[in-house]
Design a protein around this ligand. Structure first.
Ligand code: IMP
Ligand code: MG
Length: 166
């Protein structure tokens, strides 16, 4: 296991994202974290926001067959009424884009005033569907990473940095 993004770089990036997003949502926003991976990034991120913030979560599971497009199942939906609200989905990583495309489509039906996505990490090389996150922490190459919420078979989520597993 090798450190890929150290703690201090993460801190600096989270602060930068929170400053930018706070200035764009002065009237407040609903932040929806995608469980489980987003929980660490989300906790750091919302504590740096200077605008009013409401917190909710969504949980999906994906069944990724060999080289198939993947099928997404909704396991937990958010409880805040999103109608007319500014909504920001927070996720750990965009890979194929399938999960966030599904989540965006699902949440759009709840009639929010705006709906954007902030991802801590982005692996654009792996996309299977068109999906462009509105805010990205770090764009990374096609490597499997863990830590800072991200897991490999439920391990390593509590590492305070991003590591590669090779
Ligand atoms: P997508 O639907 O392929 O974009 O899948 C995104 C999900 O796959 C993320 O929320 C992660 O749970 C998982 N994932 C993708 N790449 C990695 C990785 O490098 N490390 C850990 N989890 C990953
Ligand atoms: Mg995830």
């Amino acid at each position: 296991m090798k450190v890929f993004i150290p703690r201090n770089d993460i801190k600096r990036k989270v602060k930068e994202l929170a400053e930018k997003i706070s200035s764009e949502y002065e009237n407040g926003l609903v932040v929806i974290g995608v469980l489980k991976g987003a929980f660490v990034f989300m906790a750091d991120f919302v504590r740096q926001l200077t605008c009013p913030v409401y917190i909710d979560f969504i949980k999906v599971s994906s069944y990724k067959g060999k080289e198939t497009t993947g099928e997404i199942n909704l396991e937990l939906s958010c409880s805040i009424d999103l109608k007319g609200k500014d909504v920001l989905v927070v996720e750990d990583i965009v890979d194929t884009g399938i999960t966030l495309s599904f989540i965006k489509e699902f949440l759009a039906e709840k009639d929010p005033k705006s709906l954007k996505v902030c991802c801590f990490l982005d692996k654009p090389e792996r996309r299977k569907v068109d999906f462009i996150p509105d805010y990205v922490g770090f764009t990374i190459p096609n490597r499997f990473v863990v830590g800072y919420g991200l897991d490999c078979s439920e391990e390593y989520r509590s590492l305070p940095y991003i590591a590669t597993l090779d």
